[in-house]
Design a protein around this ligand. Structure first.
Ligand SMILES: [Cu+2]
Length: 221
């Protein structure tokens, strides 16, 4: 989860989020490069005394500053498309977790486990025990195996919500009357946090998402 003063992406805990972080760094190279170039040219332009009053039809320059950004955009677009299709690839297999958004809590079902559907409410501040996170803990959290492909199916019982787990690059809208699917897979066992990411009413900030990942053998038991 994110901590105070963190300005970068979370440490990835799934293959998809690893790819997203790499693409973020890839895009940053271009962004910082262009920003530096424009800043440099801006400063140079404002301090020099050169004049181009007699320049007409600088075709070579125009071709260059059209083609070059074109190549840079392709350099950005190709990995972006690759990532987009990679996201579509995952999520059509594995264990199913159903997440249903309500105003204002999530309810879950794991069809292959013995537990039936259960609600996941935020723990109130006065009920927190030491070391727990304010506004992020829930009373019942789904338990899933790590290193195993999982499909999260979301829908909503009332308005649009969004089911999110940032460190796994998962964000999917929960839309009433629709089923949306996203793949999930964790490198590590542990507890992972997220929050509803589609403004859904007065208590939108108070419906966190908590998933616990354990060993597959323990999960089967
Ligand atoms: Cu919400």
């Amino acid at each position: 989860m994110s901590h105070w003063g963190a300005i970068n992406l979370l440490d990835p805990s799934s293959p998809v989020q690893t790819e997203m972080m790499l693409f973020h760094d890839h895009a940053m190279i271009l962004l910082v490069g262009i920003f530096s170039l424009v800043a440099l040219l801006g400063v140079k332009l404002s301090v020099n005394k050169l004049s181009t009053r007699t320049t007409h039809e600088a075709q070579t320059l125009e071709i260059l500053w059209t083609i070059l950004p074109g190549f840079l955009l392709i350099w950005l677009a190709l990995p972006s498309l690759r990532l987009l299709y990679l996201l579509d690839e995952q999520g059509n297999n594995g264990l199913i977790l159903k997440a249903i958004g309500h105003q204002w809590y999530w309810s879950y079902e794991i069809p292959s486990s013995s537990t039936s559907s259960f609600d996941s409410y935020m723990v109130q501040e006065k009920d927190l025990s030491k070391g727990e996170y304010r506004l992020l803990e829930v009373d019942n959290r789904p338990v899933l195996p790590y290193n195993t492909p999982i499909s999260v199916l979301t829908t909503s019982a009332d308005v649009i919500h969004s089911w999110t787990l940032p460190s796994m690059g998962a964000k999917v809208d929960a839309v009433p009357g629709r089923l949306n699917l996203i793949g999930l897979s964790s490198y590590f066992p542990g507890v992972f946090y997220g929050q509803c990411s589609e403004i859904c009413g007065a208590n939108h900030s108070y419906m966190p998402i908590v998933i616990e990942f354990i060993k597959l053998e323990d999960f089967i038991q």
